[in-house]
Design a binder for this molecule. Structure first.
Ligand code: ZN
Length: 330
């Protein structure tokens, strides 16, 4: 178990994670990505900004009406980026939760909406619909009673009855499930809940929204390639900056390579790789996407971090023009 030691400066608390915060993937086409995630999937574009580490490319955030942690799918838009390849040490599928009984609605909706390889199946006795987005990103919709409370984008074309309600899970492709378990179980507090073939399910608490991680065990040695249609990293949520600092110290103390705290404006982040290679982030729940835009105006303009505001015209000239989805409003 974790051995956080006493600190001279502050009382030690065992830092916690509360499940997934967001998943970040890569698209080669910002406009097609916006059209698919807001149009076909009915998510709200809650923030348009640039990749803070590479301001020449967009960073697009989608989520529920407010982009609350546990509902947020984000994309780095690398125009004309090469397709990536799913390999060992990578997120191999991202699963979103839908109401029980919603699979047929979604199958009909996604057909002809830019999704490919749309197939029904089941896992752990739950009906699921697997498909790929227009970049080839592997997604699934899982019928589950564990749904985020409805905070829908009211301009979504998806009826409230069947709206996507946050993450169900991510799947990690690994050679040995003990590798990610060294973080998920020994540090984050997940427990092994079930096994279905090569898939080992880890759950935080009993059930709940965005609190499941599947590890798919393979003998393959395929190396992952970062690129369009692949997940870049998966972020777990921690309540606040104080707990994040504890995580940073704890992970450094056990010899892991961890980034310093990065200010992403809408949350603060640290990054490290779990032993199997997947890039993990621990992100604070706040301050959230209404930091610099009112709720009704989220995602209607290109927002830049303060340090890049002086370069706005150059940045706007370097990124492709996009049509913001409309009508806007929460
Ligand atoms: Zn992130």
């Amino acid at each position: 178990m974790t051995t956080a030691t006493a600190s001279t400066s502050s009382p030690r608390v065992q830092p916690t994670v509360g499940g997934l915060h967001h998943v970040t993937a890569i698209t080669a086409d910002a406009q097609r990505n916006i059209d698919f995630y807001t149009g076909a999937l009915g998510l709200r574009l809650v923030k348009v900004t640039v990749n803070y580490d590479d301001p020449s490319s967009y960073h697009l955030y989608y989520g529920d009406g407010l982009g609350r942690p546990g509902t947020v799918m984000t994309f780095f838009a690398w125009p004309h980026g090469r397709p990536g390849r799913t390999g060992v040490g990578q997120v191999s599928e991202t699963a979103l939760g839908i109401p029980v009984g919603g699979r047929n609605y979604w199958q009909q909706r996604l057909a002809g909406a830019g999704a490919t390889e749309i197939e029904q199946s089941s896992r752990f006795d739950s009906p699921i619909l697997t498909f790929r987005d227009p970049d080839g990103l592997a997604l699934s919709l899982v019928e589950t009673p564990d749904l985020a409370d409805l905070h829908r984008w009211h301009h979504s074309e998806v009826p409230a009855e069947w709206a996507i309600r946050g993450f169900h899970s991510v799947a990690l492709l690994e050679n040995d499930n003990a590798d990610p378990a060294a973080i998920l179980v020994d540090r984050f507090g997940y427990h092994q809940a079930a096994i279905d073939g090569a898939r080992v399910r880890y759950v935080l608490g009993q059930t709940g929204v965005a609190r499941t991680v599947d590890v798919v065990v393979t003998d393959a040695q395929t190396l992952p390639a970062t690129g369009a249609g692949q997940v870049h990293h998966v972020a777990f949520r921690t309540p606040d900056d104080e707990q994040q600092q504890h995580w940073l110290e704890l992970l450094l103390k056990e010899g892991r390579r961890v980034s310093p705290v990065m200010n992403r404006d809408y949350f603060h982040s640290i990054y490290f790789r779990e032993p199997g290679g997947v890039l993990f982030e621990i992100a604070t729940e706040g301050p959230g996407f209404t930091l610099n835009e009112p709720a009704e105006a989220l995602g209607t303009h290109l927002m830049l971090p303060q340090g890049l505001e002086s370069q706005r015209s150059a940045i706007e000239a370097s990124v492709p023009a996009i049509r913001f989805p409309g009508p806007m409003g929460p």
